[in-house]
Design a binder for this molecule. Structure first.
Ligand code: HEM
Length: 517
């Protein structure tokens, strides 16, 4: 005889309920085979423990508890954090063939659809990366744009002489201008010029990949979906405008040595065909990667130098020995001014612009140190965790450029070396996706730091009684980039002779700079 319908229905409901409870309980939980990590709760996993601010400090706290590799669960997603030199080298450098995709993220993919920094390691990414790497190679930079980059540094020194209180804007202008020259063949003469202000970001959005149920919310209830599309349109229209200005200039017969010029003329060709809009977004991506990151690092340098006058003195003794007071340093002095390089490295270690790094996605299941790294995990090289590890950098919270005295080379020499234990820092990332603009960034940072220290003593602001105000090296914005909050310092020229040279240097390049406008 068959069972009553009510009984069968009840049993089915019980099974479904049990299944749902088990599913919800398991959703967000950590598979036992994963690297360790903080306890999870159903559904959210660790999402509720991730703070909205200073997230890098929380990541570091967990690194202190769970060691060189740990995992976090965000709903269905897995984050893997690599906290020492060996784990980064073994996974991101040595196994880069599988650790080079970018995490899948629908809304980022809409907002940044033609930004190759967020593409998987596909043929189009390879083609873009190849051109970019070739164009911002040391050889090309030193052969084609060295003179104008030195001239830009001369303008910065002059701007600081005239309106030192405006130094944030001067620094932002010069780094944007340096990038614009290389990428578009145009410079930004003032902080409000078109070439100094191009940039936009998508803002916050729903974590759909980690919580797929969010996909079922109707689009009209999710403003971030619309925002992602608007972001793409806005950014794209800026780069298309920038690209068309290069085309228009060339049509007037004014051909320059920028990447844009070479692509438009066909002198350089992508292995994967690009439409004019894609070409515009490709070079725009480089500008976006270059401008704010570099200015942020220069501002960090200024902040930390103002706080540590004895470091300035040490650098200035070296500068005086090599350049005297009759000429400013140039890139040709790099080998003779090793302490400037130490200062650049130490600022990058103390305050990496992207403290948690930019994650890659592993494209298949992998095993490391007995742990499972599941396919599609987002794998982080959080520079802050590594840089604040006292075993790797003794007394890590102390700003001490001397720790780099025995590492006189530029960052790429260490990042590309198999001797991973000797690596200087991780502020440019690691593996196949390491910052493609590293050579340009290193040159700009060194040049500007050397010039600043040669020309000025950077001093704290004075209060109304003439006492120096305290410099707060912890006052940083909590945005996408780790940038110092607005602060005040004084740029005191080192002598009358230095002032004379600053003025003369600028006079000598003023007309030449105009040819790049
Ligand atoms: C101080 C200055 C800079 C810092 C700190 C910096 C930092 C970084 C970091 C951390 C990444 C992610 C690397 C990874 O995924 O492991 C990155 C990627 C990138 N950077 Fe930079 N960057 C700087 C300057 C530049 C410059 C000057 C350019 C352009 C000329 C540039 C263009 C890019 C691009 C296009 C990517 C994406 C690379 C890819 O996904 O293949 N960056 N940068």
């Amino acid at each position: 005889m068959g069972r009553p319908v009510g009984y069968t229905f009840g049993l089915a409901a019980l099974v479904v309920t049990a299944f749902c409870i088990r599913f919800l309980y398991k959703f967000g939980s950590r598979d036992k085979r994963l690297p360790p990590g903080p306890p999870t709760i159903p559904i959210l996993g660790n999402a509720h423990q991730i703070p909205g601010q200073s997230v890098e400090k929380k990541f570091k706290e967990w690194a202190d508890i769970y060691g060189p590799i740990y995992s976090l669960k965000i709903g269905a997603g897995t984050l893997i954090m690599l906290n020492d030199k060996r784990t980064v080298h073994d996974l991101l450098d040595k196994r880069s063939a599988i650790y080079s995709e970018r995490p899948k993220d629908q809304q980022m993919m809409t907002a940044l659809a033609e930004n190759f920094a967020f593409w998987d390691a596909n043929p189009a990414w390879r083609a873009s990366r190849k051109i970019a790497a070739h164009f911002v190679s040391p050889k090309n930079l030193d052969e084609t744009v060295m003179a104008v980059q030195e001239a830009e540094a001369s303008q910065l020194m002059h701007d600081l002489l005239n309106t030192p209180e405006d130094f944030f804007n001067h620094v932002k202008r010069v780094t944007a201008s340096v990038a614009s020259i290389v990428i578009f063949g145009f410079r930004a003469p003032t902080p409000d010029s078109f070439w100094a202000t191009v940039s936009s970001t998508p803002g916050t959005y729903l974590p759909i990949e980690q919580f797929p149920i969010l996909n079922y919310i109707p689009s009209f209830l999710v403003p971030s979906k619309k925002r992602a599309k608007t972001c793409f349109d806005t950014v794209s229209s800026i780069w298309v405008e920038a690209h068309s200005q290069v085309v228009a200039r060339r049509q007037k017969g004014d051909h320059r040595v920028s990447l844009g010029d070479r692509l438009i003329s066909g002198e350089m060709k992508s292995d994967v065909e690009m439409s004019p809009r894609q070409e515009a977004n490709f070079i725009g991506t480089l500008h976006q990667g270059a401008a704010d990151t570099t200015s942020t690092m220069v501002l960090t340098n200024i902040l930390y130098l103002a706080k540590h006058p004895w470091i300035q003195k040490k650098a200035q003794e070296e500068l005086d020995r090599v350049c005297g007071d009759h000429r400013a340093p140039t890139w040709d002095d790099f080998k003779n001014l090793p302490y400037i390089n130490c200062i650049v490295k130490e600022s990058m270690r103390m305050r990496p612009v992207l403290p948690t790094g930019v994650p890659v996605r592993v494209n298949r299941d992998d095993w490391f140190d007995g742990y499972l790294i599941p396919k599609d995990s987002a794998v982080f090289c959080p520079a802050y965790n590594i840089h604040m590890n006292a075993d790797l950098y003794p007394d890590p919270h102390n700003y001490n450029p001397d720790r780099y005295l025995n590492r006189p080379l530029l960052a790429m020499s260490y990042a590309g070396s198999p001797d991973y234990e000797n690596r200087d820092h991780y502020s440019y990332g690691a593996g196949r996706r390491i910052c493609v603009g590293i050579h340009l960034a290193e040159r700009t940072l060194w040049r500007l730091t050397a010039r600043l220290l040669w020309a000025y003593s950077i001093k704290p602001e004075l209060d109304e009684k003439g006492n120096e105000l305290e410099i707060d090296t912890d006052a940083y914005d909590d945005g996408l980039l780790c940038c110092p909050k607005p602060f005040n310092v004084r740029f005191v020229p080192r002598s009358e002779k230095h002032v004379e040279v600053i003025k003369k240097d600028f006079e000598a390049v003023e007309d030449y700079l105009k040819t790049w406008e």
